[in-house]
Design a protein around this ligand. Structure first.
Ligand code: PLP
Length: 373
């Protein structure tokens, strides 16, 4: 019998499944929470301008220019900031920095020192990252309305580990779209002895953000991304903000040139054109409000959203059937087979035209399924 060359941990690993990335004419992609609007014209110009002989050079290793600009925006120092190849890389670096799979910790129990903890349902990458690091995973259910249990509820529930090396909190949450108050996040962060990473990938579409906590509390990191609100998925730029101590430690394990040069340039140019994006946030929020009304009128249970997507429980057909029927019409939405979320669809907010197409096709599906007696 031949011996496998692959680590048993990796052999047993289930890879992350991204939303389908099919490219065909006329396809409406409402499955990956991309922004329907293009980056600002000035950002596109800047990228084009930089596509020349300098591509032979390495980019700035620490994305220093971008960190300076982000520091100015958030009122902190560049030492409080780390840039990643998308915020996915920031999440992965946080695990490598704070979680010890062998359970070595400063005073925490072995189990806590090796634990990656998160509420569920939330971002489906967290368990994959935890597994690939050989960490202990601790998913703890959200309340029935997708709220975060209070500290006392978590204490009496006994499943939440207040000493966990790293806890991810998606805020506002994905895939449910629910927003959380800074006060409740602060209470949770205060009760935790390990690091809490507040994943604010969608925060520009929300009512509140918790950046202040990362700048004030020694165990809190906020992760953000240029992908969603700033229409830059293609360029892969995300970042973390936190104390110099935590961010400095993350820098130690960062790949030397982890953020590509054009990504750095695009993100810097984005920060010089914020007004353009603020208008887009308002457009997305307006379409979101219109879609909430449409869902209510057409028998879908839609959860209030503070993101650029809506989590809905459809009627008439199962969520899976809806996903397949829409797919036949070249409309992609996100559906997961997992028990906790199998009855729901996550539908990204597209452009006004895309949502019109979604509504028209959905109305045809509904009309074809009217029960006749
Ligand atoms: C909650 C959450 N966090 C982080 C990310 C990662 O975004 P990116 O790696 O594009 O910055 C996503 C992407 O879908 C997400 O939904």
């Amino acid at each position: 019998m031949s011996k496998s060359l692959i680590r048993p941990l990796v052999e047993g690993l289930k890879a992350y499944v991204p939303g389908e990335q099919i490219i065909v004419d006329g396809l409406v992609r409402l499955n990956t929470n991309e922004n329907p609007y293009s980056p600002a014209p000035a950002v596109l110009e800047k990228i084009k301008e930089c596509v020349d002989g300098r591509l032979r050079r390495y980019p700035n290793p620490g994305a220093d220019g971008l960190r300076e600009k982000l520091a100015a925006m958030h009122g902190c120092k560049k030492e409080n900031i780390l840039v990643g190849n998308g915020s996915d890389e920031v999440l992965e670096m946080a695990i490598r920095t704070f979680v010890d799979p062998l359970g070595h910790g400063n005073g925490a129990s072995e189990r806590s020192a090796s634990t990656v903890q998160y509420f569920w349902p939330s971002y489906s990458l967290y368990p994959v990252l935890a597994d690939s690091a050989g960490a202990v995973r601790n998913p703890v259910p959200l309340l029935a309305d997708f709220g975060i249990p209070s500290v006392s509820e978590l204490k009496s529930g006994k499943r939440w580990d207040f000493g966990a090396a790293l806890s991810f909190v998606t805020t506002p949450n994905a895939p449910t779209g629910r927003g959380y108050k800074m006060a409740e996040l602060e209470a949770l962060c205060k009760a935790q002895t390990g690091v809490v990473l507040l994943d604010e990938a969608y925060v520009e579409f929300a009512e509140e953000n918790a950046m202040e906590l990362a700048l004030r509390m020694p165990n809190v990191i906020v992760a953000r991304t240029f992908s969603k609100a700033y229409s830059l998925c293609f360029q892969r730029v995300g970042y973390a903000v936190g104390s110099e101590e935590l961010i400095g430690a993350m820098h130690k394990i960062r790949g030397s040139y982890n953020v590509n040069g054009l990504g750095q340039i695009a993100a810097e140019a984005t920060l010089e054109n914020l007004e353009y994006y603020q208008k887009n946030f308002e457009r997305v929020k307006k379409t979101r409000a219109e879609m909430m009304r449409w869902f209510a009128q057409h028998g879908f249970q839609a959860y209030p959203s503070q993101t650029n997507f809506i989590f809905v429980k459809p009627s008439t057909l199962s969520a899976r059937e809806w996903y397949l029927r829409l797919r036949e019409k070249n409309i992609l939405v996100r559906w997961w087979a997992d028990e906790e979320v199998k009855d729901y669809l996550r539908i990204s907010i597209g452009s006004e035209e895309e949502m019109k197409r979604f509504c028209e096709e959905s109305e045809k599906i509904l009309a074809g399924n009217k029960k006749t007696f």
